[in-house]
Design a protein around this ligand. Sequence first.
Ligand code: HEC
Length: 250
Amino acid sequence: MNVLRSRFTQAVLLLVLAFAIFKFGIRPPAPWSVLTLYMAIVFLATIVYVSSDSDSWREFLGPLRTTVMDPGKRPLRIALGIVIPVLLGYYAYTQAAAKPQAPPELRAVHPAPPASIQFRGKEITIAGVENPLRKDTASLGKHVAAGGEIYIKNCVYCHGDNLDGKGMFAYGFNPPPANFEDPGTIAMLQEAFLFWRIVKGGPGLPKESTPWNSVMPAWEDRLTEEQIWQVIMYLYAATNQQPRRWESSH
Ligand code: HEC
């Protein structure tokens, strides 16, 4: 009970108790900045309390003074001399360490596509290429339907039921999955551009689109060339948009 009468112990207990109440007693949890503010106020109040008269103040400083001066407290001093710098160093580290944060660099959302790409060991030209399936006018509906199936099986998780980029996984990603309803995406792109993006995904983006980490998968090992052209047709049909054409085809 003697210990509890010590001003120093009382002050420490007050601070610990106040912290526990602020940290665990407030629901929903208060943000860290508010917590620090409350703790600063409690700290000041505690100092006022222990220094209310000179006896109390001397009693409060007692343990601190013996820790610093008493020859018998040398091991404690050494321990504190190690623990305090380590804690401060750890705090500095947590403040300076890299966090999962959007990079400050701007991201090229639609970089220039390469002239040609390797697809399963075959060279495919991108520049100037039209969707070959559109020539087969009799089977357009069939290709769109097949593309819809491919979309539901592979793309819906990120790009969403309504092709609006609000799939169930979308919220965890930055950059977010493309919203195909937005006239700023597929409506202003050529189909060959989409072909390249679907084949090579985020990993295939050139340097100006990094260090943003796009989670768009590379589909070259999972979908065939025809399936990719089909899903592209579905994207335009389902959003009622037209791909941008090469000028020469008019
Ligand atoms: C794991 C989530 C995910 C899946 C699954 C996914 N995508 Fe994406 N997709 C993204 C993200 C994120 C972006 C935007 C970043 C970027 O451009 O790479 C994107 C971008 C795109 C773009 C580029 C649009 C533009 O405006 O440049 C196309 C095209 C595309 N996706 C098609 C598809 C197709 C087709 C499928 C299914 C075969 C698919 N995606 C599956 C996440 C995904």
